[in-house]
Design a protein around this ligand. Structure first.
Ligand code: ADP
Length: 394
């Protein structure tokens, strides 16, 4: 059988990220981003080998972007396209692994929308537009939550009345599953250990951030919950706060739920603490120049991350290593260093030179000799989605 080609689509409310993968190649044949969809500035950017280019989509929405993508994919491929893998953020309790999309699966993704009101409808837009354009191809859904369906009840239940779980599906789901799974497999391979007999803590640190405890290939706990707001300090999200903050702000300031929601999701995190930016690069530069807010934001970010990692050890029988990934995890020696400094109890210590070397796509071990393993591993969610899509085809 010739090596198969898979198109991976990650559809947001106003953007589509895409990558064209071939099962025998480690790089992508084509990848890119359509952004500002539905606005006059809508544009499609792509990269093919060394060549990058863009095309104006002027007002085009998801269908228009995918219709432009089709000829690009066809020009790039020598053989046929075999399937399309779609990232879907929330699979609820129904989806424990990737699956082929039919009318019933689409309905189930739609029914899960109350749990992910921003993401699932956008994911469905992409699925429906792509199925209309490529009706003869298998379309596969790969869920961000699926990897965490192996959490035991003690990790996924909230201590609220049972009926809220049974009737309203209120529980912890976790996200970033594709990334945590990918980097934990890479970590095992890099360390000469079997996936099924190794135990990892993974920190995916991007605009959204989460930690995960992975025991013998299975997610056993993770820091995000019912929604991606729970857990760590993020770019603009607060992470954990006292749940009574809602009633406190309503009582003292008369804020509506919508206003509180917006504040916690869009005005908080690194941005809220620093008063400057949600972007770690900007904050690191400002900290260097003595900006107190930037220094505080980084300090709180790293302390809360260390606390979460320490808590996650409860889910593991032993620790084979800690993994840093995501834009911040892969590129910030400062964040890695400050975080590890809070984890002396776990005997962690970094090798300064190795830590400094691991940036811009360079991964590897960064721990000092004789101390527990700490790894930097560039994530590749598109590749994992392509691998999952191939596994469903098989
Ligand atoms: P997303 O969650 O949107 O995929 P990314 O994984 O790309 O986000 O991560 C974005 C974050 O990575 C931003 O906070 C950005 O500042 C940070 N980042 C990227 N490069 C660096 C760097 N060299 N140093 C520090 N932070 C960086």
């Amino acid at each position: 059988m010739p090596a198969r080609n898979i198109l991976v689509i990650n559809c947001g409310s106003s953007s589509i990220k895409f990558a064209l993968a071939n099962e025998e190649r480690s790089d992508f044949l084509l990848h890119g981003l359509a952004e500002r969809l539905g606005s006059p500035e809508a544009v499609l950017h792509w990269q093919r080998g060394e060549q990058s280019d863009s095309q104006d989509l002027a007002g085009g929405a998801h269908e228009a972007a995918l219709a432009r993508l089709l000829p690009l994919v066809e020009q790039t491929l020598e053989g046929p396209l075999h399937a399309i893998g779609h990232r879907v953020v929330h699979g609820g309790e129904r989806f424990t692994q990737a699956c082929r999309i039919d009318a019933e699966v689409r309905q189930a993704i739609r029914a899960t929308a109350p749990l992910a009101p921003l993401h699932n409808p956008a994911n469905l837009l992409g699925i429906e537009a792509a199925m209309a354009l490529y009706p003869q191809l298998p379309h596969i859904a790969v869920f961000d939550t699926a990897f965490h369906q192996s959490l035991p009840p003690r990790a996924y239940r909230y201590a609220v009345p049972d009926a809220l779980y049974r009737e309203q599906h209120v529980r912890r789901y976790g996200f970033h599953g594709t990334s945590h799974r990918y980097v934990s497999h890479q970590a095992a391979e890099m360390s000469g250990l079997a996936v099924g007999d190794s135990n990892w803590l993974s920190a995916h640190l991007g605009n959204g951030s989460s930690t995960c405890a992975i025991a013998n290939g299975q997610s056993r706990d993770t820091s995000m919950g019912l929604t991606p707001l729970e857990g760590l300090v993020m770019g603009t999200r607060s992470g954990d706060v006292d749940p009574n903050l809602h009633s406190h702000l309503a009582r003292t300031l008369g804020w509506s739920l919508e206003k509180i929601d917006h504040m916690l999701n869009n005005d908080s995190g690194l941005l809220g603490l620093s008063g400057l930016s949600n972007d770690m690069r900007t904050l690191e530069q400002a900290r260097e120049q003595g900006h107190a807010g930037a220094a505080l934001a980084i300090e709180v970010f790293c302390y809360r991350l260390a606390k979460s990692l320490a808590a996650m050890t409860c889910a593991l029988p032993r620790l084979d290593g800690i993994i840093f990934t995501g834009g911040i995890g892969e590129n910030s020696p400062l964040v890695r260093n400050l975080t590890v400094q809070h984890l002396h109890v776990l005997d962690l210590q970094l090798d300064g030179a190795a830590n400094a070397r691991c940036v811009r796509g360079v991964g590897g071990p960064i721990h000092a000799a004789g101390h527990p393993r700490v790894l930097v591993i560039p994530t590749n969610e598109e590749r994992q989605i392509a691998l999952d899509t191939l596994a469903v085809l098989d």
